[in-house]
Design a protein around this ligand. Structure first.
Ligand code: MCA
Ligand code: AMP
Length: 504
């Protein structure tokens, strides 16, 4: 019986002695050992009563076991729901509740705090640490190393990934077997990944970039990964000589360029550097080429669609562009008001269609209808144009979104939180250019008339309840927000006023 994602990405490697994960400990996990561990996790899930289609929410550190749990979920027909390790208990409460997860796997260090969330939502709690230990690992270890793969349809869900929204409420993007598999196939083909590739993996695995782009592509090609717990400059430079390829957000590349050890000799053997999740400045692209001789290959995607476009492997990798639609994917630029397709060269909202486009938002049919057209085109909210040679340029955002070091932050979510704090009449949150993160968060607070605003107390509340990457790195107060005659806050005015707060 078929399970499209498992059959293509994982099953072919069963019993193979080839290297899959090169770990920081110096050990290498073979494909065969990884598959055996995945089967043990699939058994553990089944033993816990997780049924096909059930959501398995995970808030755990990056590890080989975390990946085996992902594979085990796919094999057991469960829906993998990875959560950013920076999320706070308040945020996790929402995700676990909204998804109706059957099982919640957290770090052992937070188990006491998470037990009330699990109890509140009636799900089972287990633990898994970054070193691969925990109650779930114990359970898995006692299981058989072969598992009868659960049959799934191409349209069944393989993963649920939450993405914040302009309304401030996170939405679960439902990704099917077909979505993830078709994208991995298109990327392996476009980027020429093979079994000889050794990918330097320093991304988190709770987002599409590190999990589906980097990991699924490596699995499908049969290559291996140097699996680092996070982006650590020294570790990346030390391990580059053993890699053939690397994927990262622009911050990875600007940090490497700031390091004198990163030069042409260190990178001469590399086949490919890929960038995405946030705009790569043309200046960074050119500096990288001048330093190393490599042209970074920039691509563009979203949680809802996985990857949509890519610069070419052969042919010109054009700085400041995200290249062409991937095989099987259609892109068009449309008038934001009428939805009519615009001619090349004109700026509008990018819409995409293809087997990569998600099934909709989890239990949000209205939100789904707003963004996913009946004819299958998804409205990305990214402002773009297609140039005369067909290259797609992302020129801005039609949505109020800040991207900091590759993490998306929706101002509305932070504004709603700030507005609810004592002494705050209203607030506005904007992004300002940041030398390391590309953009970072600025909050403007308007105190209630006559109230004495305790900014430190507001900051403490932010720290407690919001993931640290969302934290405003600058808090300003104003007597009133600039508004137009319709009463709408003029964020552009705020953006120009605070444009230099992080760059001096
Ligand atoms: C960490 N911090 C951040 C960020 N990361 N603050 C703002 N923006 C960030 N991106 C905060 C921490 O909370 C902490 O705050 C302080 O900075 C230092 O933390 P540390 O862990 O040392 O940071 P770091 O290791 O230097 O991390 C920076 C990073 C990391 C390497 C750029 O954020 C990263 O790996 N980003 C990749 C994100 C990614 O994979 N995005 C893909 C999304 P405090 O001091 O207050 O505790 S998927 C996607 O976008 C689509 C599908 C696509 O196209 O790929
Ligand atoms: P996410 O919701 O985390 O999946 O982020 C998706 C958003 O990241 C897109 O809608 C874009 O705004 C942005 N993005 C991803 N890749 C690129 C890129 N190469 N250039 C510009 N923006 C990008």
């Amino acid at each position: 019986m078929a399970n499209p994602l498992f059959d293509a990405l994982f099953a072919p490697h069963a019993g193979r002695d080839t290297a899959f994960l090169h770990l920081p400990s110096g050990e290498t996990t073979s494909h065969a050992a990884f598959l055996a561990e995945a089967a043990q996790y699939a058994h553990a899930l089944t033993a816990l009563g997780v049924r096909p289609g059930d959501r398995v929410a995970v808030h755990i550190e990056k590890s080989a076991q975390a990946l085996a749990l992902y594979a085990g979920c796919v094999q057991a027909g469960a829906v993998f729901l990875p959560l950013n390790t920076a999320y706070t208990p308040k945020e996790l409460d929402y995700f676990v509740g909204d998804s109706g997860a059957a099982l919640f796997v957290c770090d052992p260090g937070e188990a006491a705090e998470m037990s009330s969330i699990a109890a509140k939502h009636g799900c089972i709690l287990h633990t898994l640490a970054g070193d691969g230990t925990g109650t779930l690992a114990d359970l898995a270890e006692a299981q058989a190393t072969e598992f009868q793969t659960v049959a799934r349809d191409a349209e069944d869900l393989a993963a649920l990934l939450y993405t914040s929204g302009t309304t401030g409420r996170s939405k679960g993007a439902m990704l099917t077997h077909r979505n993830l598999l078709s994208n991995a196939e298109a990327l392996v083909d476009t980027w020429r990944f093979t079994a000889n590739d050794v990918l330097l993996h320093a991304l988190p695995i709770f987002h599409s970039h590190g999990l589906f782009v980097a990991t699924n592509v490596t699995l499908l090609a049969g290559g291996s990964m140097i699996f680092l717990p996070k982006f650590d400059q020294d570790a990346v430079i030390a391990r580059l000589p053993d890699a053939t390829s690397m994927m990262g957000v622009p911050t990875f590349y600007t940090r490497l360029l700031d390091d004198k050890r990163f030069d042409a000799a260190l990178t001469a053997h590399m086949r490919l550097f890929i960038s995405g999740s946030a705009p790569l400045l043309s200046e960074t692209h050119e500096r990288f080429a001048a330093r190393t001789g490599h042209r970074i290959l920039e691509r563009y995607g979203m949680t809802e669609t996985s990857m949509n476009t890519s610069n070419p492997y052969d042919g010109e990798r054009r700085a400041g562009t995200v290249g062409f639609a991937l095989p099987g994917v259609e892109v068009k630029v449309c008038d934001p008001k009428t939805g009519a397709e615009l001619p090349h060269g004109e700026i509008g909202v990018l819409e995409v269609r293809g087997p990569n486009v998600f099934k909709g938002y989890w239990q949000m049919p209205e939100k789904t209808r707003e963004e996913l057209r009946d004819d299958g085109f998804f409205i990305t909210g990214d402002l773009s144009l297609i140039d005369a040679d067909g290259y797609v340029h992302i020129v801005g955002r039609g949505k109020d979104l800040i991207i900091s070091g590759g993490y998306n932050i929706y101002p509305k979510e932070i504004e709603l939180f700030l507005d609810a704090q004592d002494g705050v009449l209203e607030s506005a949150v904007i992004g300002a250019p940041h030398p390391d993160f590309g953009e970072s968060v600025v909050a403007v607070l308007v105190p209630e008339p006559g109230a004495k605003l305790d900014v430190a107390a507001v900051e403490a509340a932010v720290k407690r309840d919001l993931a640290s990457f969302k934290r405003p790195r600058r808090v300003e107060t104003m007597d009133a927000l600039p508004r137009n005659t319709m009463g709408k806050v003029q964020k552009n005015q705020l953006r120009s006023r605070f444009a230099a707060v992080f760059s001096g």
